[in-house]
Design a protein around this ligand. Sequence first.
Ligand SMILES: Nc1ncnc2c1ncn2[C@@H]1O[C@H](COP(=O)(O)OP(=O)(O)OP(=O)(O)O)[C@@H](O)[C@H]1O
Ligand SMILES: [Mg+2]
Length: 235
Amino acid sequence: MERIKTYVERLDKRLEGGIPKGTISLICGVAGCMKSSLTYSILYKNAVESNLKGLYITLEQEVQGLKKQMETLGLTEESEKLTIVDQKGIDKAVGVDMRFEHNSIKKVKYYVEDLLKREEYDLIAIDPLNALYSLTTIKNPRSEVHLFFDWLRETGITSFLISEMYQGDNRFGKYGVEEFLADAIIHLEFKRERNILERYLGIVKMRYTNHHLQYFPLFYNKDRFIIYTKEELEL
Ligand SMILES: Nc1ncnc2c1ncn2[C@@H]1O[C@H](COP(=O)(O)OP(=O)(O)OP(=O)(O)O)[C@@H](O)[C@H]1O
Ligand SMILES: [Mg+2]
C-alpha cells in the first residue's frame, strides 16, 4: 500500500511509513492544539520534499494570515505544488452561480470538482470541517456528511479534515458520524501537568495500518514536528 508521509519525526515509521494514500483523516482537537499547523506542515513538506501537489482550503482564516502563522514555524518556502485558498478565493473562483450558495458543502465541492478538471491534486485539507456546516441548512446532517465523505473518497485524493473539539468532548466530529466515516483519526491533545500544558498526539484509528496506541508527547522543533516515544522517554 502506498503511503503519504506525515513528516512528523519518528511518527512515520510507527505508521508503516505514513498515512495510506487515498484515505480520509480527521485531525481533531480543541482550540490551539496545532491542528492547522500539523495539517499545513504535512501538505507543505509533501509539496517541498516529495513533490506532491496539495490544496489547503482555509475557511476561517485568510490566506495571508495563515501564511504569516506558518512563517513563524519556519515553513516559508513558496511552492508551486501547494495551493492555498480561502473563502474569498473560493467565491471568486466559483462565479455568480455559486457565490451566494449558502450550503458550504455544495460550494466547496463545486470548487474542488472544477479545479480537478484542470489540475490533479495528491493531497487536500479542509480547515475546519466545522465551517462547512456553519451556514448550511442541513436537513439530514448524517446523510449529507456521508455523501460528502463518499464524494471525497471517490476523488482518490488523500484528505485531511480538521475537526474542532471542545474541552470535555468525547466526539471527534460534530455529528458523531465523521469518526466512523473517516479512515483515520489523529487526535491532538493538551494535558495539564501541574501548571504546564503539554501537547500530545495520538492515533485513535488508522485503517490498513498497524499503529501504536500511545499518546506521544508532541513538540515543534525548528521546522518540524517531533514526537517522543516510550523508549525515548525512558532513556
Ligand atoms: N514553534 C512553536 N512551537 C510550539 N507551539 C507553537 C509554535 N508556534 C506557535 N505555536 C502555538 O500553536 C498554537 C496555534 O496553532 P494552530 O493555529 O495550528 O492551532 P489550531 O488547533 O489550528 O487552533 P484553532 O483551533 O484556533 O484553529 C498557538 O497556541 C501557538 O502558541
Ligand atoms: Mg486552526
